[in-house]
Write a protein that binds this ligand. Structure first.
Ligand SMILES: C[S@@+](CC[C@H](N)C(=O)[O-])C[C@H]1O[C@@H](n2cnc3c(N)ncnc32)[C@H](O)[C@@H]1O
Length: 308
C-alpha cells in the first residue's frame, strides 16, 4: 500500500491553478481527509497548501521524532526505517496531512522551517545553534535587504539563515580559508535555491574583504581578534559586528582586543542558555540531557575613526 492521500474524489479541489513554490495557496475549501478529526457537522474548513513537485518537504515520524527533508521529484522514493514513501503520493497532498509508508507507518507532511533546513544540511563542521543564530540576527539588526558578511563559512548553516532573512533584495558575503568548506556550503545553498543571495570567497579573513559599507559582519571562526581591522574596513559607520567563540580563552582575548581598537565601541558579551522540556502531559519537566554549552556572543559597533 502506498502513502495515503486525500480521497481521490476530492483531489481536484486542491489542484493549484498555477504552480508557485513558496507562495501559499490559501483558499478555504471543504474537504475530507482520513485520519483527521471532523467537526460535529462532519465537515472542516481549512486553508490548504498542496505539496508540489520541486518542493522541499519535511516528513516527520510522530512516534520516534525522526524526520527526513527531501525535494519532491516525480518517481522519487524515500526509504525510511519503517517503510517506503513514494514522492508521487505526496505530490498534490495537502501540507499538514498524515501519510503512510507502504508498511502502514504514519508520518506527517510539512514544509521545513529554517531551523529544520539548517539541521539537515550536509556538514563537515559545527553548525551554529538556532538559539545563537536567532539572537545574533536580531541583535545585529539584520532585515530584508541587509548586506551582511560572515567568516567562516563552514558548512553554510549561518549562511542559510542569513540568506533567508536578507531576502532577494539583500546579499550575504561568505569567506572561508578552506576551499572544501566553501564548496560544500555552496552546494547546500544551491540545494535550497538560496545560492543567488550568497557570494562565496576562499580567503584568509585577516587578509581583508572586498566589500565595504556593510550593515553587519559576523565572525564565527578561530581567532576573530586577528580580523578586527578587516571587519572595520568592511562595515559602514555604526555597522554591527557579531562574533561567536566557544571558549572563555577566546572570549577574553577578543574583548581585550576590541577594547583597545579605535574602530569599535558599545561592546557587549553574552551567553544564551536554552533548556528544552519534555512535553508528556503527565510529566512536563526539563529534558534529562541537554546541550550544556555552545558559545559566547560578542557584539560591537563600528565607529567612524578620528585617527585617520
Ligand atoms: C565553526 S565553522 C563556521 C560555521 C558556520 N558559521 C555555520 O554556522 O555553519 C568555522 C569555519 O571558520 C573557518 N576559518 C577558521 N579560521 C579562518 C580564517 N582565519 N579565515 C577564514 N576562515 C577561517 C574554518 O575553515 C571553518 O570552516
Amino acid at each position: 500500500m502506498h502513502a495515503r492521500k486525500v480521497s481521490r474524489g476530492f483531489r481536484f479541489l486542491f489542484r493549484p491553478a498555477f504552480s508557485t513554490d513558496l507562495v501559499a495557496i490559501c483558499f478555504p475549501v471543504l474537504y475530507y481527509q482520513p485520519g483527521v478529526q471532523r467537526s460535529e457537522s462532519g465537515i472542516r474548513e481549512v486553508f490548504v497548501r498542496l505539496a508540489s513537485e520541486g518542493d522541499i518537504v519535511l516528513i516527520y515520524n510522530e512516534r520516534d521524532g525522526k524526520y527526513f527533508v527531501r525535494r519532491l521529484t516525480s518517481g522519487g522514493r524515500l526509504q525510511t526505517h519503517t517503510g517506503e514513501i513514494f514522492h508521487d503520493d505526496l505530490i498534490g497532498t495537502p501540507i499538514g496531512s498524515r501519510v503512510l509508508t507502504h508498511l502502514g507507518s504514519p508520518y506527517l507532511l510539512f514544509l521545513p522551517t529554517t531551523d529544520e533546513l539548517v539541521r539537515n544540511l550536509k556538514r563537515r563542521s559545527q553548525i551554529i545553534f538556532p538559539k545563537d543564530a536567532g539572537y545574533l540576527v536580531m541583535k545585529l539588526g539584520i532585515v530584508p535587504g541587509s548586506r551582511v558578511l560572515e567568516a567562516g563559512t563552514g558548512s553554510g548553516g549561518l549562511c542559510v539563515i542569513l540568506a533567508s532573512i536578507v531576502g532577494s533584495d539583500g546579499q550575504v558575503y561568505s569567506y572561508d580559508v578552506r576551499e572544501d568548506m566553501s564548496r560544500l556550503a555552496a552546494e547546500n545553498l544551491a540545494f535550497l535555491g538560496l545560492d543567488d543571495r550568497v557570494t562565496f570567497t576562499v580567503r584568509e579573513a585577516a587578509d581583508g574583504f572586498d566589500e565595504a559599507d556593510l550593515d553587519a559582519v559576523i565572525l564565527d571562526m578561530l581567532e576573530p581578534w586577528r580580523v578586527l581591522e578587516a571587519a572595520h574596513a568592511a562595515l559602514r559607520g555604526g555597522g554591527m559586528l557579531g562574533c561567536l567563540v566557544p571558549t572563555v580563552n577566546q572570549l577574553t582575548r577578543l574583548i581585550a582586543n576590541l577594547k583597545v581598537h579605535p574602530g569599535f565601541g558599545f561592546i557587549e558579551a553574552e551567553e544564551l542558555l536554552l533548556r528544552p522540556f519534555k512535553t508528556l502531559p503527565e510529566r512536563i519537566r526539563p529534558e534529562d540531557r541537554i546541550v550544556g554549552h555552545t558559545g559566547y556572543l560578542v557584539f560591537a559597533r563600528a565607529l567612524v575613526r578620528s585617527d585617520r
